[in-house]
Design a protein around this ligand. Structure first.
Ligand code: ZN
Length: 276
């Protein structure tokens, strides 16, 4: 099966080192890699960049930064500095884009979190522009609204990104987070029409999940109608990679080569825009 249009997030194979990830994804025929900052922490980024280049994999995103909210000015300033650092890292790794998980501070009302996020993005945009790095806001499922992100729907993300309007600012659509939205197809079309559809992540939402964060399914394993949403994203004109981002204690306990084979099989019902 042709997998050149598919990229794997390094957190998907969390037990693996960055070297194992690069070698493994290339060996299994995947075309791209999205690098988690956790995976490369403490590594020589120039070496990682070179290894990705030599492997033939396309570097898609650096994952992740954001977390703009805070109940003190100091906390919010620290977040800005951390985002600048992430932009520097993306530039060093020659990754064109950073995924933003926008943040939510427990105790603050969601609209205050949302406003702080908007202000934070506005503040780092010139720095991203100077580095030529794209920023992709990833709306999260509302079950994470308390402590991870106040941007909880594609509609909200579209509203924000259109208000801030900047050619390097767009959206990462992740099936796991947005599958439940009643106006999802309309919001995907809107996002694409505005030129804001920067990234597409897949995994599945299992209603009987054992852990709110770490029990995600392979596409097709849950209720998110991954293939339908994939069709909407492709019909909207998105031609970027299908990125596989699965957090799963269950799969991390298994052989990661076997897991990658399961991922490859799970992608078969999804469209390959490069073969259409
Ligand atoms: Zn994602």
């Amino acid at each position: 099966m042709e997998l050149h249009h598919a990229a794997i997030h390094t957190f998907t194979t969390k037990p693996w080192s960055i070297d194992q990830c690069i070698d493994g994804y290339a060996r299994h025929g995947f075309g791209g890699i999205s690098v988690w900052r956790e995976t490369v922490a403490g590594h020589d980024l120039a070496k990682v960049k070179q290894k990705i280049k030599d492997s033939g994999l396309q570097g898609v995103s650096l994952v992740r930064c954001g977390f703009f909210t805070g109940n003190t000015k100091e906390a919010r300033t620290a977040a800005i500095l951390e985002n600048r650092k992430a932009i520097d890292e993306a530039a060093e790794l020659e990754l064109p884009m950073i995924v933003l998980v926008c943040g939510a501070t427990p105790g603050q009302i969601p609209s205050d979190n949302f406003l702080q996020i908007e202000q934070g993005i506005e503040e780092i945009l010139p720095y991203a522009e100077a580095a030529g790095i794209k920023l992709a806001v990833e709306p999260l499922h509302p079950m994470y609204a308390g402590d991870r992100s106040a941007v909880c729907s594609l509609r909200n993300a579209n509203d924000m990104v259109e208000r801030l309007r900047h050619p390097l600012l767009g959206i990462a659509v992740d099936v796991f987070h947005v599958w439940w939205e009643l106006d999802l197809q309309e919001q995907i079309d809107r996002c694409a029409d505005e030129g804001h559809l920067f990234a597409f992540h897949v995994c599945d939402f299992k209603p009987d999940m054992e852990h709110v964060l770490l029990d995600r399914g392979l596409p097709g394993e849950g209720v998110s109608n991954c293939a339908v949403i994939d069709g909407w994203v492709r019909d909207a004109g998105f031609e970027g990679m299908t990125e596989v981002e699965i957090f799963s204690n269950k799969y991390w306990a298994q052989d990661q080569d076997e897991f990658l084979r399961k991922i490859a099989t799970s992608l078969q019902p999804l469209r390959n825009p490069w073969e259409e």
